[in-house]
Design a protein around this ligand. Structure first.
Ligand code: URA
Ligand code: SF4
Length: 217
């Protein structure tokens, strides 16, 4: 990404910090715009800020963030190597799910972040970011385990770290599998098996089905 794009990302942050486009602006402490390397090869997309994130204005600094850091380390990445953002930038009260109108109000920020950082790989953490970016209704359990071709790059959907923290050890093992896909995608080590696999993924008309080709390890 160019200096120009870095500057535009900064300008977008300034705009977001003053945003009142949805009701989530009412109870937030901080807008959690995003964090990390604007030239990253990988962008992680979570769901919404939690309490710690709201307090600090930085994504993934609470328990989920600690687990994310560990999984990053296992594929030889650190926070400084990646860029991290969420579907909605303000904390929903009591960590409730973000509502469709809130996601709608906020999604242009994310789209612009992805456009400006222009990573090789996008990793969606959990249902909200996976469904939003793949434009499908399929749940994360069925979507994960695969790297999708997505607007000329790879998208790897995986569980949200919070699911691993409250779930069985299998969830963590599945996340490790998906993070290995991320490593392979960064290194250019994925084989295209696009035409062989039926995902059962329903695609809305504004997505070119060609974009949903599959890559397996
Ligand atoms: N969970 C998220 O989805 N995002 C954060 O930033 C923190 C926890
Ligand atoms: Fe604006 Fe997004 Fe915060 Fe809503 S969640 S107020 S759209 S920044």
């Amino acid at each position: 990404m160019t200096t120009d794009a870095t500057q535009r990302l900064d300008e977008l942050r300034v705009t977001a910090l003053a945003c009142t486009a949805c009701r989530l602006s009412e109870e937030r402490i901080h807008v959690v715009f995003g964090d990390g390397n604007p030239q990253a090869d990988v962008v992680f997309v979570g769901e919404a800020p939690g309490r710690r994130e709201d307090e600090q204005g930085v994504p993934f600094v609470g328990p989920s963030g600690k687990l994310l850091d560990r999984l990053l380390g296992e594929i030889e990445l650190e926070r400084a190597d990646v860029y991290i953002a969420n579907v909605v930038k303000c904390r929903p009260p009591n960590n409730r799910d973000p509502r469709p109108d809130e996601i709608d109000a906020c999604k242009d920020y994310l789209r612009e972040q992805l456009r400006l950082v222009d990573p090789k790989v996008v990793v969606t953490l959990g249902n909200f970011s996976s469904k939003l970016l793949l434009k499908v209704d399929t749940g994360i359990t069925r979507l994960r385990g695969t790297a999708y071709e997505w607007w000329g790059r790879h998208l790897v959907p995986t569980f949200h770290p919070a699911a691993a923290l409250r779930g069985s050890s299998q969830v963590l093992e599945d996340m490790r599998y998906d993070f290995a896909l991320v490593r392979d995608a960064i290194d250019g080590n994925l084989d295209n098996e696009a035409d062989e696999v039926d995902t059962g993924v329903s695609v809305e008309p504004d997505v070119d089905p060609e974009q949903l080709g599959l890559f397996n390890r």
